[in-house]
Design a protein around this ligand. Structure first.
Ligand SMILES: Nc1ncnc2c1ncn2[C@@H]1O[C@H](COP(=O)(O)OP(=O)(O)OP(=O)(O)O)[C@@H](O)[C@H]1O
Ligand SMILES: N[C@@H](CCO)C(=O)O
Length: 324
């Protein structure tokens, strides 16, 4: 996360007094991430994460996100659990922002994932999909295929300042994806942002998943496509088929892909690459003055998109090829 909103110690102490979490000992802003403001807060009962919800999070969606974390945690998908205040609410207000306190998860995210990490994340993703099946609330994906063009139009005239030819490339890609996007795949609750920095490991095992603030109802296989993008490319942007194979196998240890999902995977992966290219371009061109934030480089996702445009079938992601 980032720090868009500075919180004073008086404001924080008064906010915390509504919870049964003891006395404030210390707190510190977390510069990592780009979406919301986060602080690590130490009290006499332990560490917590305080999140102040910023621009992309709508207050109306917070019951879905916080309820989902509670739902998943109760079904053995380890994730932060929202702390309820003395009146039973898990949502409060701080410095004019909606705010929540969640439990602190032990573990580290893996900066250079290996195939074994990809296998574990595939497995964890399928467990999340299964555990989310009986979650009662629903949320539309606010960054679905049909939201991409309006987002693009907000920065299209500046796109070529990021990379020459980018405006035309994105337009052409939108034309393809809007026409061919698969509409009848199995749907459910998806995480929609399961990047390496949102998966904590302890030793070799997943110790928890964080950052559910893009979670929504959408095609389950689209969530896999997001992970193929986020976990299976090297720093030089080359695609690592061993990692993709491991991720898909890890997923299928829990849930098998349908024929339609397998056929759709290259297109879903293009869509996932475009979705992150679009938000990264927008953020790159609209950095708020004075905020502690390191925007992600859009070009990483342009390279991924180009790779997926060359993919012919899920076999190119190592699926079903019998290799180890
Ligand atoms: N429950 C938690 N327990 C421990 N650390 C956490 C927790 N939640 C967040 N963090 C820390 O805060 C950092 C940023 O959190 P998070 O990824 O949710 O932020 P974000 O702004 O939504 O980022 P992103 O760019 O991934 O969307 C994490 O990398 C982690 O260090
Ligand atoms: N995971 C996203 C940031 C949060 O949307 C990215 O890397 O672009």
């Amino acid at each position: 996360m980032a720090v868009y909103t500075e919180v004073s110690d008086d404001d924080l102490a008064s906010f915390l007094s509504r919870y049964e979490v003891g006395e404030l000992l210390s707190y510190k802003g977390i510069a990592e991430g780009v979406e919301n403001t986060n602080y690590i807060v130490h009290t006499t009962t332990g560490p917590y994460i305080l999140t102040l919800y910023e621009k992309r999070v709508s207050a109306d969606d917070l019951p879905f996100f916080l309820g989902l974390m509670e739902h998943l945690a109760a079904r053995q998908v380890t994730c932060p659990t929202p702390v309820r205040d003395r009146t039973g609410n898990h949502l409060g207000e701080l410095c004019g922002r909606a705010a929540a306190l969640v439990t602190f998860l032990e573990g580290f995210w893996i900066r250079r994932p290996k195939p074994e990490h990809c296998s574990k994340v595939g497995h964890a993703l399928a467990q999340l999909h299964q555990a989310g099946a009986d979650f009662k609330l629903t949320r539309r994906n606010a960054l679905s295929t049909w939201d991409w063009r309006p987002l693009f139009e907000r920065f299209a005239s500046e796109a070529d300042s990021i990379a020459p030819g980018l405006e035309a490339l994105i337009k052409a890609e939108l034309d393809v994806l809007e026409t061919d996007w698969p509409l009848a795949l199995p749907e459910g609750v998806i995480h929609a942002d399961l990047f390496p920095d949102n998966v904590f490991f302890l030793a070799k095992d997943v110790s928890g998943l964080i950052d559910f603030y893009f979670a929504c109802n959408d095609a389950l296989a689209y969530d896999i496509a997001i992970c193929l993008n986020a976990w299976c490319f090297e720093q030089d942007f080359s695609f690592n088929v061993t990692k993709a194979r491991a991720l898909l196998r890890g997923y299928e240890e829990v849930r098998s892909l349908t024929e339609d999902e397998r056929k759709a995977m290259p297109l879903l992966a293009r869509g996932a690459a475009l979705r992150f290219l679009l938000t990264r371009c927008y953020d790159w061109l609209n950095r708020p003055a004075g905020a502690v934030v390191n925007p992600h480089d859009p070009i990483d996702y342009l390279r991924r998109l180009r790779f997926h445009q060359s993919v012919r079938s899920i076999a190119d992601y190592g699926y079903g090829d019998g290799s180890r």
